[in-house]
Ligand binder design. Structure first.
Ligand code: P1T
Length: 392
């Protein structure tokens, strides 16, 4: 059975466990081995079995790339050493004078890479509220080559209409890239909605256990893939075989975890919205979220149910000092950067993950608290947040 084509009739959960992961041909090992090798024996000069050097290709990485491509309904996957390595490699596809329109709420490291590294090479970036299609259209210039967005965005959880943005970009032959880290392909498949490429920090939900740093790009555009594959090898920001194996292991339970992350987050968000110490809760699954109607349509699991993911942001009564006190007072929610692991995390973006947008138009409210709802029992998570909120 060839499981590597996205058109296969087998379902998402099954593909997560089997695509690219046939039992090992040499030994029958059910789990893809960690091919911890830098190089491969050649039978004659230039004659090998598809692998000549592990920066170029490695069988554990191949398995991961095929599985990721299938889950994102794409033809080609590429794995990288981190989410930032994936974005950096993508930016090498462009050149001096090219213009990129970026959503005005993105991970702080993405903003830093664009504004403080690639502008130095003569590339231009405009940040715009992509929930507004007219504003996005107005930001496009003759030299615009890419529209780049996250949805839900980090950390404000805005929902951007991928189909609408893709349609307006394609009128002008501009590529659309979606950082699908927060939603994961279990909740949202941007390529099916018209995007040209999908990117992930596999560090987050795809790995799922806070024990690996990685990144990925998936596309169905063959020329784009060929160039990115060339750049993956040329620039060399590749993941280790062990790191690929950890992400592969995470993928097997992605569907189960995303169901529970989403269930816990929705219940926590609804509960927080009624809490007297909380001023405002931002969660796409709440009816009060400005793009809730869009989220209901765009964030749909392969089982057909809207699911809104595990990320919640809220503003506490009492602003910055209250936010920092709450983040230090939780016991189960661990105060840490990152997200998407089975354990719940809490952080204050303005002082942590989004320090690099301080004093920019993208600056985040200092009173904003971001939660990554894990898969613990929701009552324990509520009790923990309650005691932290009450302590302020
Ligand atoms: O950390 P790394 O694997 O390099 O991925 C960067 C990245 C890219 N895109 C999004 C949407 C992200 O959230 C991240 C990393 N974010 C955090 C570490 C964080 O706590 O938000």
């Amino acid at each position: 059975m060839n499981l590597s084509s996205p058109s296969d009739s087998i379902q998402f959960e099954t593909r997560a466990i089997h695509v690219g992961q046939e039992p090992d041909a040499a030994t029958g090992a059910v789990i893809t081995p960690i091919y911890q090798t830098s190089t491969y024996a050649q039978s004659a000069v230039g004659e090998h079995r598809g692998y000549d050097y592990s920066r170029t290709d490695n069988p554990t990485r191949t398995a991961l790339q095929e599985c990721l491509a299938s889950l994102e309904s794409g033809r080609f996957g590429l794995a990288f050493a981190s989410g930032m390595a994936a974005i950096s490699t993508l930016l090498l596809f462009f050149k001096k004078g090219d213009h990129i329109v970026v959503a005005d709420d993105v991970y702080g490291g993405t903003y830093r890479l664009f504004q403080r590294v690639f502008t130095e090479f003569g590339m231009e970036f405009t940040f715009v509220d992509m929930t507004n299609a007219a504003a996005t259209r107005a930001a496009i210039r003759p030299n615009t080559r890419l529209l780049w967005l996250e949805t839900p965005t980090n950390p404000l959880l805005k929902i951007i209409d991928i189909a609408e943005i893709s349609a307006l970009a394609h009128e002008k032959h501009i590529l659309v890239g979606v950082d699908n880290t927060f939603a994961t392909p279990y909740l949202q498949r941007p390529l099916e909605l018209g995007a040209d490429l999908v990117m992930h920090s596999t560090t987050k939900y795809l790995g799922g256990h806070s024990d690996v740093v990685g990144g990925a790009i998936v596309t169905s555009d063959a020329p784009l893939y060929e160039r990115l594959k060339f750049l993956q090898n040329a620039a060399g920001a590749v993941p280790s075989p062990f790191d690929c194996w950890l992400v592969l292991r995470g993928l097997k339970t992605l569907a189960l975890r995303m169901e529970r992350h989403s269930e816990n987050a929705l219940r926590l968000a609804q509960w927080l919205e009624r809490h007297p110490q909380v001023k405002r809760v931002i969660y796409p699954g709440l009816v009060s979220h400005p793009q809730h109607a869009l989220a209901r349509l765009q964030m749909v699991s392969p089982r057909g149910a809207p699911l809104y993911g595990g990320m919640i942001s809220f503003i506490a009564q009492g602003g910055k000092s209250a936010a920092e006190k709450i983040a230090c007072a939780t016991k189960l929610f661990i105060l840490a950067e990152s997200l998407g692991g089975v354990e719940s995390l809490i952080e204050v973006p303005a002082a942590m993950t989004h320090m690099s947008v301080a004093n920019s138009p993208l600056a985040v409210d200092a009173g904003l608290v971001r939660l990554s709802a894990g898969v613990e029992h929701v009552y324990d998570l509520m009790a923990d947040l309650d005691q932290a909120l009450e302590s302020v």
